[in-house]
Write a protein of this length. Structure first.
Length: 326
């Protein structure tokens, strides 16, 4: 009896903590949905799949990635905003649907700050303007010249209302490019495929999934949007270095839930997310993908405040550029 009691106690101590919120145990069923607002292969999807094993182990229930793309990520974000605040539906909050969309979509069906329980920022990464390695466009100066020529230049993005769509619009305004045409895609992967096939000349996208192709010579980055050069691609200049400082921005991702998430559940989710991000293996994998945790921990109200500031800044940019998505 004593041995069975001790074994049972040890097993209980090894199990993840069960949170009790509003009289119900959580998490007591599976799966926990983690909505990714873009298709597989991009920044949000890549980061979420790195985190999911750690989150599942810590919570004792399977966390499942669910890709719901469209409208610059706002379709998936709206699904989370309207979900029950029970801890079983989360979203990979992202710079596009939570920061850019409010300034571009007149009828956005959610408030990016107040309709969510923002838990923790996970990481951010620089955006890059890229071309194929064999492109005749070798530098940013070449790109600007081509976009002013009769033929013009097409650039792909992960969708209307994405941060990279807006960056292209800002570049056009700043450099006076009359022949810079936006081609929106439902995610990064199809945009890359078309660029490699020669259907478009260039692509704006977060660096995360392109570091390998930049290093092996498949692609060439003309500039990155970070304040300083990125260690993973140190030879690529920043837009600011090239006199285009208004294109200095990063694409961030975090974990959020619906508004009114019970405090004990929010606290537990924040804890396991922060713990996962402290894992040296995960941090190294992200660094290899040119993605880094924020220099100061942004959780709860601090993360929500960061998003509110981001919305304000980029809504102003969108309005100044006259960008409206239908």
């Amino acid at each position: 009896m004593q041995r069975r009691h001790l074994l049972g106690l040890a097993a209980g101590l090894a199990m993840p903590t069960i949170v009790r919120a509003q009289g119900a145990a959580w998490p007591s069923r599976m799966p926990i949905r983690l909505i990714v607002t873009f298709p597989p292969g991009g920044l949000a999807d890549t980061v979420s799949r790195l985190l999911v094993p750690s989150l599942s182990a810590a919570l004792g229930q399977q966390v499942v990635v669910e890709n719901r793309a469209g409208a610059g990520g706002s379709i998936g974000a709206d699904m989370c905003a309207k979900a029950a605040p029970d801890g079983y539906t989360l979203v990979v909050s992202h710079a596009s649907p939570h920061g850019i969309a409010p300034g571009i979509y007149p009828q956005l069906p959610y408030d990016p700050v107040t309709d969510f329980s923002h838990l923790a920022m996970v990481c951010d990464t620089g955006n890059a303007l890229m071309v194929k390695a064999d492109s005749p466009i070798k530098t940013m100066a070449d790109y600007i010249a081509a976009a002013k020529s009769a033929r013009g230049v097409r650039y792909g993005s992960s969708g209307i209302g994405s941060i990279t769509h807006l960056m292209g619009e800002v570049l056009g305004k700043e450099a006076g490019l009359t022949k810079l045409d936006h081609v929106p895609y439902r995610g990064s992967a199809p945009a890359l495929q078309d660029m490699l096939a020669g259907q478009i000349e260039s692509l704006f996208d977060p660096l995360t999934t392109y570091v390998g192709m930049l290093k092996d010579g498949t692609l060439r980055a003309l500039a990155v949007s970070t304040p300083s050069r990125v260690p993973a691609v140190p030879n690529v200049p920043t837009f600011a270095e090239l006199g285009l400082g208004r294109l200095t921005c990063t694409t961030w991702v975090g974990i959020s839930g619906p508004k009114a998430l019970p405090a004990p559940i929010a606290a537990k989710l924040t804890e396991v997310t922060v713990t996962a991000m402290a894992n040296p293996e995960i941090r190294q994998k992200l660094a290899d993908l040119a993605s880094y945790p924020p220099p100061q921990r942004l959780v709860g109200p601090a993360f929500a405040g960061y998003i509110a500031d981001y919305v304000k800044e980029w809504t102003g940019v969108a309005k100044a550029a006259g960008i409206v998505a239908s």
